[in-house]
Each structure stands twice: as C-alpha cells, then as structure tokens.
Design a protein around this ligand. Structure first.
Ligand SMILES: NC(=O)c1ccc[n+]([C@@H]2O[C@H](COP(=O)([O-])OP(=O)(O)OC[C@H]3O[C@@H](n4cnc5c(N)ncnc54)[C@H](OP(=O)(O)O)[C@@H]3O)[C@@H](O)[C@H]2O)c1
Length: 322
C-alpha cells in the first residue's frame, strides 16, 4: 500500500482471532496500529508475534461496552498520533440459542458489544475524521448480517443492525470524505465458539456436538459431556432441556463441523486490508462497500440476491438443518 504519510489505524478486540491478525497485518504494512483490547493481560500472544517478526504495535485497553473506556482510549490515541485514518470495529461475540430460551439481559449484552460497541467507537472517530476530511471505518459484520440462521436470532439481529447503521451512515459522512466498509465473514476458525454464550438448557447439547465434531465429520450426537461454551446467567429458570433441541442439534452439528473446517482468520485480515486499499484508491468514487469473506458468505449472498424470501428460507433450511 503506498502511503505518503504514516497512517494510523485502531482495531478493537485484538486479543485473538480476526482482530489479532488484522492488527498484525496492518502493522506489517507500515501502518501505525493501535491493537486495542479490554484486557491487556491477553496481549501476550500478539506481543510475542510482533517481537518475532520485529514489527511494532501499540497496545491500549478499550472495552467497547463502556463509554469511559472508549473515550479514554481515543483521547490517548489522538493525543499521541493527532489523527486516526482507519477504524476497524471488530470486537464481538455470539449469543446462540433458541429465542425463547434467551434472557432479555443477555440479548441486551449482545447488542451492547456487537452494536453499541461500534456506535461508541464510530462516534469517537467521526469528529476527528470530519476535520481531517478523510477516514475509513471498517465494520466486521457477518454472513449473519444478511441471512438469519437458526439459533442466531440475537446474534443476527446485532449484525443486521450494524449493516443498517453503516448503510445509513455512509450518506452522512460522504461530504467529509469518510468511507464506510462492511466486511462480512462466513464461518471462520477462531475462538468465537469458545467465547460464545448459550442458554443453560442448551449447554449439554452444544458441548456434546462440539466433542463429536472434534471426533468425526459426520457429527453424530452423543448424549452427555462437558462444554467449553459460556453459560448464560439467565434470571428466569430455564427448562432443563430446550424445547427446541431438535433444531438446535441440527443447526449446531452443521455449524461446529463447519467451524472446524473453517478458514483461518488471516483470510479476513487480508480482505480488511484490501478493503482499506480499495477505499483509498477509489478516492471520490463511492463511499460504501461490502466484502463477503469465504465461499459460504459469497454463496449465501448470491442466494439472497437471486432468491425470493421463501426460496431463501428453504435453501438455508436444506443446507443447515437436514
Ligand atoms: N469467527 C467467525 O466465524 C465469525 C464470522 C463472522 C463474523 N465474525 C465476527 O468477527 C469478529 C471477531 O470475532 P472472532 O471470530 O475473531 O472471535 P474471537 O477470537 O472470539 O475474538 C473476539 C474478540 O472480541 C473481543 N471482545 C469481546 N467483547 C469485547 C468488549 N466488550 N470490548 C472489547 N473487546 C471485546 C474479544 O476479547 P476477549 O479476548 O477479551 O474476549 C476478542 O478479542 C466479531 O465481531 C464476530 O462477530 C466472526
């Protein structure tokens, strides 16, 4: 990437997965990169990688759920660097499970991070980017940002909301030379599953399927085991086993198998970097871009564009529930 002056990037959720790989890739390409994370104790892995490669990254703690944390982080970054060229909104997690089993409290937490987290950081960079008269805001949405899958009603809602926000925002910031990008990965092999929150009455099913996806590609469903997935802290007393066990089992067995076979987060990092280069190169041509990542994301996007709603519904059911 040809950069006359050193550009400054801020990446949220850099402790693992897509955020970690994106921070490294931007730094490797000469961009002054702030790898932010909510717990700096988790920076050890990325620090080791930068030392090995002899590249430089800056680390700042930022919990995107908290106003003060976000404001403090951006003040520090701006004091040091005087500009922010690229914001990569990556921090996020999945709340999976049948809607009837999810507490409002957990659905709000899901929105707090995946949606309001991005709102907070965008509101921090906009005044600066407006004055600079340029900037690129890259938002990590998902394949679940344009197709709703079983057990993902809460997660998909946050990503659909993020997509709507970006589509609208692009018009407002266009006069200031600010571009808005949505990167929409399909299933990627990261710690996403490990960090997922699921309702208590779904844990046993989920952990059994995780183990069976580890053992075989046919994802049979054993009856008991432990789980890696986070428990929900629902206040309501859940049924012991979800009434939606059938659809949950079918979908998660497909999903966990696909995660195991999923592409490396480096692929997403490369598309994020490509999206930045394309946005820089496009200068005054267009200011809103979408980038699906992975074969699954591309084929579902194509299906969404070609099919009517009921065709798409059957297509998703056939691919994920049969
Ligand atoms: N993996 C996939 O299949 C996939 C597909 C489509 C989209 N995505 C999206 O990609 C993004 C990155 O996920 P990933 O796959 O790389 O999973 P990951 O390895 O679990 O990484 C998620 C990152 O977000 C951080 N995070 C969570 N809550 C945060 C908060 N309140 N403040 C700051 N950071 C927070 C995590 O930090 P901690 O280490 O502190 O938890 C972690 O660094 C997410 O937005 C996800 O929705 C993932």
């Amino acid at each position: 990437m040809a950069l006359e002056n050193q550009k400054v990037a801020v990446v949220t959720g850099s402790s693992s997965g897509i955020g970690l790989e994106t921070s490294l890739l931007l730094a490797r390409n000469g961009i002054c990169t702030y790898a932010t994370m909510r717990d700096l104790n988790k920076a050890n892995l990325i620090k080791k990688m930068t030392e090995k490669e002899d590249i430089s990254l800056k680390f700042i703690d930022m919990n995107v759920n908290e106003d003060d944390s976000v404001i403090r982080a951006f003040e520090k970054i701006h004091d040091e660097s005087k500009r922010i060229d690229f914001l990569i909104n990556n921090a996020g997690f999945g709340l999976f499970g049948a809607l009837e089993d999810l507490s409002i409290e957990n659905i709000k937490k899901q929105f707090e991070t995946n949606f309001f987290g991005a709102v907070r950081t965008i509101q921090q960079v906009l005044p600066r980017m407006r004055i600079q008269k340029n900037g690129i805001i890259v938002n990590i949405s998902s394949l679940a940002g344009y197709v709703g899958f079983p057990t993902q009603s809460a997660y998909a809602s946050t990503k659909f909301a993020l997509e709507g926000l970006c589509e609208s925002l692009a018009y407002e910031v266009e006069p200031y030379g600010i571009k808005v990008v949505l990167v929409e990965p399909g299933i990627i092999k990261t710690k996403f599953v490990e960090n997922m929150i699921i309702p208590d009455n779904t844990r046993l099913i989920s952990s059994s399927l995780l183990i069976s996806s580890d053992r075989s590609s046919s994802a049979e469903i054993p009856s008991t085991s432990t789980t890696n997935s986070n428990s929900s802290d629902d206040n309501k007393s859940p049924r012991e086993v979800t009434e939606y066990a059938d659809v949950v089992k079918r979908f998660l067995s497909h999903y966990y198998y696909a995660v195991r076979k999923g592409p490396d987060p480096k692929q997403v990092a490369e598309v994020i970097f490509e999206s930045i280069k394309m946005s820089v190169a496009s200068a005054n041509r267009g200011n809103f871009f979408r980038y699906p990542v992975g074969q699954d994301a591309k084929s579902y996007l194509e299906a969404k564009m070609k099919m009517n709603d009921s065709e798409l519904h059957s297509f998703v059911a056939k691919r994920t529930l049969s």
